[in-house]
Design a protein around this ligand. Sequence first.
Ligand SMILES: [Zn+2]
Length: 230
Amino acid sequence: MGYQGVEKLSFTNKPKCISNDVLEFCKQINSDSNPRFIDVRNEEFGKEGECFENVKNFIKKYGGKELIGWAIWEIPQVMLEAEFHCAVKMKDKIIDVTPRINNEKQIVFIPDPQKKYTGQSIDNLRYPIINSKVVKDFIKISEENALLQNKYCKPGDPLNNIGKNELIPMQEKILEIYTPFQLLCIKKRKNNDYCICGSYEKYRKCCMDKKICIINDILEMKRQIQPRMK
Ligand SMILES: [Zn+2]
């Protein structure tokens, strides 16, 4: 594998270990539980991003119980992110039954059984690892955008003009903030971290040589998108 264009970049990885930052973040999410690595089991009915449906199908076939919680993701040296998630509890084992874009064989999961799923999408939680304005701005805009998406982009509801009037300026703000955020994610990546292409190879052995070319591609993409939005 290797770098295949900006749209294939994957800054967010499964954490390399349960670090102090992961523990601190998880304590804020649910202090009654602990994060752990759990295995991903791929079934033919498994669909990316459809954890609740996958869990239902899995339980129908093999038994077990639904377990709500959060999957924890890491942008090394930059930020942690928690994704609302549903896994399966079988005896004393927890299994993830939702396939992943980068084909992870394990994920980090923290159970949070008190949290209820009502059908409305639940935004990721974010935890800055470094003190940086770029990261703060990125977290703020991500939260604002999720609120707007929930307000205007309900499944099956056509987007009305009021929605468009708020969503288009939001897309411009996101673009403004996302480019420096991407550059920071590349700058902070260390040799032995997972690669930014999603291969789970070491960065040093995978796309690190192409760093300059990746940065130029990101800047070029911003130049191309910006005039189109005016
Ligand atoms: Zn790579």
